[in-house]
Design a protein around this ligand. Structure first.
Ligand code: SF4
Ligand code: SF4
Length: 56
């Protein structure tokens, strides 16, 4: 399991700074989560201003 970022993302970068395992990077038009690295901590969901990350 991993978190994923929806199209609501406004590419602010806040989640990438808060991810403890550096699973989040800037993608094409939005930020993306590497499911191989994500440990399901939920920090990105807590910090995102538009609630784009969610557990899959
Ligand atoms: Fe990183 Fe945690 Fe978000 Fe996974 S749930 S991408 S580990 S901040
Ligand atoms: Fe996108 Fe939310 Fe991450 Fe900002 S915190 S880059 S809006 S997913």
């Amino acid at each position: 399991m991993a978190y994923a970022i929806s199209d609501e993302c406004i590419s602010c970068g806040a989640c990438a700074a808060d991810c403890p395992v550096e699973a989040i990077s800037e993608g094409d038009g939005k930020y993306v989560i590497d499911p191989e690295k994500c440990i399901d901590c939920g920090a990105c969901a807590g910090t995102c201003p538009v609630d784009a990350p969610s557990a899959q």
